[in-house]
Design a protein around this ligand. Structure first.
Ligand SMILES: Nc1nc2c(c(=O)[nH]1)N[C@H]1C(S)=C(S)[C@@H](COP(=O)(O)OP(=O)(O)OC[C@H]3O[C@@H](n4cnc5c(N)ncnc54)[C@H](O)[C@@H]3O)O[C@H]1N2
Ligand code: MOO
Length: 408
């Protein structure tokens, strides 16, 4: 039974399914191999951060309450050193480097540019003042020993690796990557090691999807091309059952040889939707295959075969589900906002998700759709760096309108 839903509804359906997943097994991995993986344990600060009261400037540790007269220099503290002599007294100053621990008795740092050195003393330059706490970060103000600094479910990037390293973690517990089977369907398709006849098409979707799967934290398993025959499709769908998620491309539209939905039906699939009111991407289907042959129930997407539609529907629906399957917090596709740089026509009844180029001087991100020949135009898709998301039933979007963009 056909169930074609609005774009918003489709996002909601995926979100709902993503919220009800079981966690995958965990795995220990060396820190640098955790990049783009999902944390399966909280990371805890092993000591206060910073571990001592730290100077944030090269300058002089002083007492703020001292008057503006000369302060006598009594020593120096470099980063990595500690002041072990008597606490700083009134009228004294200690030369200090960025990152060095504050000496006892001092409560501020004056930057080296703001003083004049004269006869072994420093003098504040005209008009300069010192306030208590200036240029100092208090011990434990960033994190206290025992605080959770990274929660389970965090996707690990450069910032997270640096923080884990600061906590002394040379390895982390991460979730196993979901295994994602990719089955491209179509009699016209040939693999990359074959020379296509004029009427044949290289199986680019399989590679594009494998790349997107890897980027979204999955392990791609590229299966052979399924020909447009029910038995061949069924055989490859069964071969994919050992994976956590199945992605099919092509064969989901209205053509005589578009058999994907029919075969999935025969295999007792449940469909959450059988199309989305969007362009490109309208024929996309999402559902589950029931547990069978010792394999648990399995999510699948039938993605439209047109290569731009394949990629757009991946970003909108597959990526959020895949991230959640991998243990990450459920989150929507990566939407942002930008100002439209030119007029664009809308489509009655359909949300448009058009290949577009986002340029950004820091104050005003601007987006322009890319000239394309429709949803088979891979070259246009590669000239784009995002998608312009244009809601249905607006006849014309105007230059200057603030619109949603889908980042990729
Ligand atoms: N009468 C109608 N025709 C079509 C409709 C419709 O509603 N009524 N929808 C159109 C839309 S929208 C799309 S998108 C396509 C999707 O069709 P399928 O998912 O069934 O895909 P195919 O027909 O198999 O292929 C479409 C197109 O993409 C090329 N392709 C397919 N697989 C790959 C691959 N692995 N690598 C590279 N290119 C691939 C294929 O050669 C076709 O050119 O249907 C419209 N038709
Ligand atoms: O999903 Mo189709 O992309 O409009 O050709």
């Amino acid at each position: 039974m056909s169930n074609v839903v609005d774009f918003d509804e489709a996002l909601k359906v995926v979100r709902g399914q993503a919220g009800s997943l079981h966690k995958l097994e965990t795995d220990g991995a060396p820190l640098l191999e955790c990049l783009n993986r999902v944390l399966a344990e909280p990371v805890v600060a092993d000591r206060d951060q910073p571990p001592f009261e730290r100077s944030t400037r090269d300058g002089f540790a002083v007492r703020a309450e001292d008057a503006s007269g000369p302060r006598r220099l009594i020593g120096q503290i470099r980063a990595g050193e500690r002041w072990t002599s008597a606490p700083l007294q009134r009228g004294q100053a200690i030369e200090i480097m960025t990152g060095a621990p504050m000496p006892q008795g001092a409560d501020a740092v004056v930057m080296v540019e703001h003083v004049e050195l004269r006869d072994g003393s420093i003098l504040l330059l005209q008009g300069r003042m010192v306030r208590t706490g200036e240029n100092i970060v208090r011990r434990g103000s960033e994190a206290r020993a025992g605080d959770v600094v990274l929660a389970e479910g965090t996707v690990i990037g450069g910032a997270e690796i640096a923080l884990a390293a600061a906590c002394g973690r040379s390895g982390l517990s991460v979730f196993r990557r979901p295994r994602v089977a990719i089955v491209a369907t179509g009699d016209e398709l040939v693999e990359l090691d074959e020379t296509p006849d004029e009427q044949q098409i290289r199986n680019s979707n399989s590679y594009g999807l494998a790349a997107l799967v890897a980027k979204a934290g999955g392990d791609a398993v590229r299966l052979p091309i399924a020909r447009d025959r029910s038995d061949d499709l069924e055989k490859l769908i069964l071969e994919a059952r050992s994976c956590d998620l199945l992605l099919l491309s092509g064969g989901v539209s209205m053509g005589k040889y578009d058999l994907v939905e029919e075969v999935l039906h025969e295999m007792e699939a449940e469909f959450f939707f059988t199309g989305v009111k969007m362009q490109p991407g309208k024929p996309v289907v999402f559902g589950t295959l029931p547990a069978s042959g010792g394999f648990p129930a399995q999510f699948f997407f039938g993605l439209p075969g047109n290569p731009v539609s394949t990629q757009v529907t991946f970003h909108c629906f597959v990526e959020p589900l895949l991230r959640a399957m991998g243990g990450a917090e459920v989150s929507p596709p990566r939407f942002a906002q930008a100002t439209l740089g030119e007029d664009v026509a809308g489509k009655p009844g359909l949300t448009r998700v058009l290949p577009a180029r986002l340029t950004c001087d820091w104050a005003r991100p601007e987006v322009r759709v890319v000239v394309w020949q429709g949803s088979g135009d891979l070259a246009a898709n590669a000239r784009a760096n995002c998608y312009a998301v244009l809601p249905p039933d607006v006849e014309r979007f105007r230059a200057g309108d603030v619109i949603t963009v889908l980042l990729r």
